[in-house]
Design a protein around this ligand. Sequence first.
Ligand code: ZN
Ligand code: ZN
Length: 360
Amino acid sequence: MSEYKAALERFRDRIPADVDALLVTEITNVGWLTGFTGTSGKVILGRDEAVFLTDSRYTLQADEQVSNMDVATYATPVRDEEFLATHLARLGVKRLGFDSTMVTVAQLDNWREKVADVEWVPAKEAYANLRSVKFEYEIERVRRACELADATFSHVQRMLQPGVTEEAIALDIEFFMRRHGAKVAFESIVVSGERSARPHGVPSSKPLEVGDFVTMDFGAWLDGYNSDITRTVVIGEATDRHREIYNQVLRANVECIEFIKPGMTGHDVDTRAREILNELDLGQYFGHGLGHGLGRLVHDSGRLGQNCLDVIEVGQIWTIEPGVYIPGFGGVRVEDDIVIRENGVEVLTSSPKDFLVLGG
Ligand code: ZN
Ligand code: ZN
């Protein structure tokens, strides 16, 4: 497929001048580069040649999925390192770059011992933020994962009433996604009442009660790409305090989506969220960053936060997820997924986010 040609070209442009080839071992990068969806395989990426290496468990799958480079597979009694050494020798690779942020010391020692004809060169810059700016076909896949997340939120609303447990809601989210050909992108977060003050709480057997905030954070993993959305509603009956906190978090979400622009840093956008929350002295309850990159991984490269100098670029996908968590009271988070475009921001998630009281 032509889409993986673009990935191949982008990666090739990153081969440093002082190496003959790069070794791609991190499976998320391997999938992004080749279209392979298995869990074991690597690529030798040279300037003119590239080869995908895997073992016999994946021979048929690799032949079917990988079309932008040669595929080579090995079987017992050939060993992984031996096979790698053979192909490096065939391609004339003398100096090989590797991702020093991902390769363990033990793995490197092993390679240096068993693939000794090659000089192993740390080349982490070649891999850094490689997938951060998305190709249009990637945005399309995240869009579809977002549409399924929106459909899930719409479906699960009938469950949001007193007596239904957090676990039952999480299970319903998972069922709905699996019935629609996806998997959950991560273990869904469903927390209610005082438990909603746990930003990454695990669903429990606690039933929803009147006056609870319920925060649901979930996403779909579909065709290799993820969505990630959070909505908070109130059960039965809301107080002014619920309304006030919710609406301020919502403002931070909406205004940061309007504010974010190419050339800003993750720090700039995060700071805007804190300014808005601090109008009601709520910044002290916002302990995590404003967002993260999204794509093949739920937490893809890039962060929006106080210490983040990552630069916002056209084609990146970000989450915008301000939250306020007050111990003993509860918490609110509103999370959307967005694409940075030339002429502004495209919001991929479209679930309603006005203050909502359900199950009265
Ligand atoms: Zn989330
Ligand atoms: Zn998120």
